[in-house]
Design a binder for this molecule. Sequence first.
Ligand code: HEC
Ligand code: HEC
Length: 259
Amino acid sequence: MIHGKFTNSLRLWTIIATALFSVFSSAYTQVPWPEKMQNLKVLPESTTTDELRTTMFGFSNALGVNCVYCHVAENRRDFATYDFVSDSNKNKISARTMMRMVAEINEKQLTKLAGHSTSALSVDCVTCHRGKQKPTTLEAEMMPTIDADGVTAAIEKYRALRAQDYGRGRYDFGVNSLNQLGYRLLTNGQLNDAIAIFKLNVEMNPDAANPYDSLAEAYMKSERKWLAFINYSKSLELNPRNSNAEKMLNELKGALNND
Ligand code: HEC
Ligand code: HEC
């Protein structure tokens, strides 16, 4: 039964949402929270007003949306005009599908793992959504832009996302995600695009050894040996245990001397 099994996830949402309560509460003081809910199809019937409130704040925060994203209102700024009972907003229906999916993952699938522990973190809306209406990744945002508008446009998009979302957990701005995107482009044979992305990674992470190593590898593939040499040197300087860079530098020394 979904109802009974949903309680654990509900508890988790409650914990997460409580932390956000103070942020949301000032804007949402006029919400006419019902004493008794009329149209719960996934949450247990026993859900209290406090639990409902923290769950709804949790949903709003996880997706980075306001109540009107899932509920209908005549005037989105006036909570008296909301019809929270109504099911005519398609996003409310999608949210129910998601709630059932999350319950299925937590209660039926994760529990099958040999190493399953009841203290493990449960999957929650924010696990995937991270403040976005639809979950996405840097790669998913940038790949289509590279293909449609070119790598320069994609780099601009990266800078805009970074300026807007850094530190909010919406995207992984760490070293590895741009590195992975660069290798995806290399694999596709998009050599110049890969070089542009690896250069961006070096710019964003000037103290990390690996981005220089990847950039050097792409320069090798494009026969720009001096640039490869410079970047392998930088990588080795930052990480003296980078044996790949050491090996490549020895090969390059021979090749460059003969040029
Ligand atoms: C991502 C979608 C989503 C967001 C955002 C959302 N809700 Fe909901 N809300 C739902 C769903 C789905 C239900 C029904 C749950 C069920 O069927 O068990 C619901 C139910 C409710 C109910 C109970 C209605 C009843 O009597 O049956 C109220 C009240 C409510 N929401 C208020 C809010 C408020 C206020 C906000 C903004 C702070 C909000 N919701 C944000 C999806 C959402
Ligand atoms: C395992 C990852 C995952 C989790 C957990 C998850 N979602 Fe989603 N959600 C997605 C993906 C992926 C999509 C987009 C699917 C598509 O468009 O085909 C999506 C789409 C949605 C949409 C529709 C968005 C649109 O614009 O059409 C809503 C609403 C939504 N999720 C709400 C929730 C809520 C509420 C929760 C928590 C109860 C939740 N999701 C948990 C992955 C997840």
